[in-house]
Write a protein that binds this ligand. Structure first.
Ligand code: DC
Length: 260
């Protein structure tokens, strides 16, 4: 065995090289960004609320500011409803619709929604699929399957998940819970102006009526109805610019990320 004092030149060079690598790694680990990353937890941010409350825009902007994933769970119910329709599955056949939900290859990220290889990004934003999704979302077994999938997606954090039951059922221990709302008129106006959704063909009065019907169905169904979680922060977005709403939620997130 070689004593320290009797290292060969090669062993000494090797030792110096190892030391340089170790010091470099320590220095890199101590950069301000990495020190921040070390204590920054990847949060689960739950955004719930009725249609037209601004969940989509707020959740998307928030996720991109934080470098998180944005998961639109409403799109999952819509896509399953679309696929059931496409396959001629009766929407009141809970077992059959549940099978569609269980086996579907679903993707609802990055502004693209696809199910079993069909890009349904546009097809699921129609008044017809509004109704189909609401009726699929009433089925307890379908909810059970989709809630499991949502938990699997969000489990490790770094996610902004929007829907109706995220803070109450999917992630009751979410780090940040927000319930977005807006006046009925404002919600109807937003939806009527959302050409990606209605194709611009439906007037505000008809949209208001349809939204009201869906909200009633979503809030009164037996399983996981839309309700305000006791520990959610309620934000009325009526007349409030998106940037301001996002800033309020970011402040809640920052408070969770600050070292105690
Ligand atoms: O958010 P959205 O309009 O795309 O949702 C479509 C339907 O799915 C709507 O009726 C509400 C319902 N939904 C739900 O019950 N639970 C969720 N987590 C998300 C949406």
């Amino acid at each position: 065995m070689c004593e320290r004092g009797s290292d060969t030149p090669t062993a000494m060079r090797l030792r110096r090289l190892i030391l340089r690598i170790a010091v470099g790694a320590a220095e890199r680990a101590n950069t301000p960004e990495n020190v921040n990353l070390a204590w920054m937890k990847r949060l689960i941010i739950a955004i719930d609320g009725p249609s037209g409350a601004g969940k989509g825009t707020v959740a998307r902007t928030l996720a991109s500011s934080l470098g998180y994933r944005h998961i639109d769970t409403g799109a999952m119910y819509r896509a399953v409803g679309w696929k059931a329709r496409y396959e001629g599955v009766p929407l009141d056949d809970e077992g059959a619709v549940t099978e569609v939900a269980r086996h579907a290859e679903l993707m609802v990220e990055g502004g693209v929604v696809s199910i079993d290889g069909h890009d349904v990004t546009r097809q699921i934003r129609t008044p017809e699929i509004d109704v189909v999704a609401t009726s699929v979302a009433r089925l307890p077994q379908v909810r059970a399957v989709l809630v499991e999938r949502q938990r699997a997606i969000g489990r490790d954090g770094g996610v902004v998940m929007e829907g109706r039951d995220i803070g109450t059922v999917v992630f009751p221990n979410a780090d940040v819970k927000v319930y977005l709302d807006a006046s009925a008129e404002e919600r109807a106006r937003r939806r009527a102006n959302d050409t990606a959704h209605t194709g611009g063909r439906v007037g505000q009065a008809a949209v208001a009526e349809a939204i009201q019907a869906r909200d009633t169905a979503d809030s009164t169904r037996a399983v996981s109805p839309l309700t305000l979680a006791a520990d959610a922060v309620h934000i009325d977005t009526t007349g409030v610019p998106v940037a301001e709403v996002v800033e309020r939620v970011l402040a809640l997130a920052r408070a969770k990320l600050s070292p105690a």
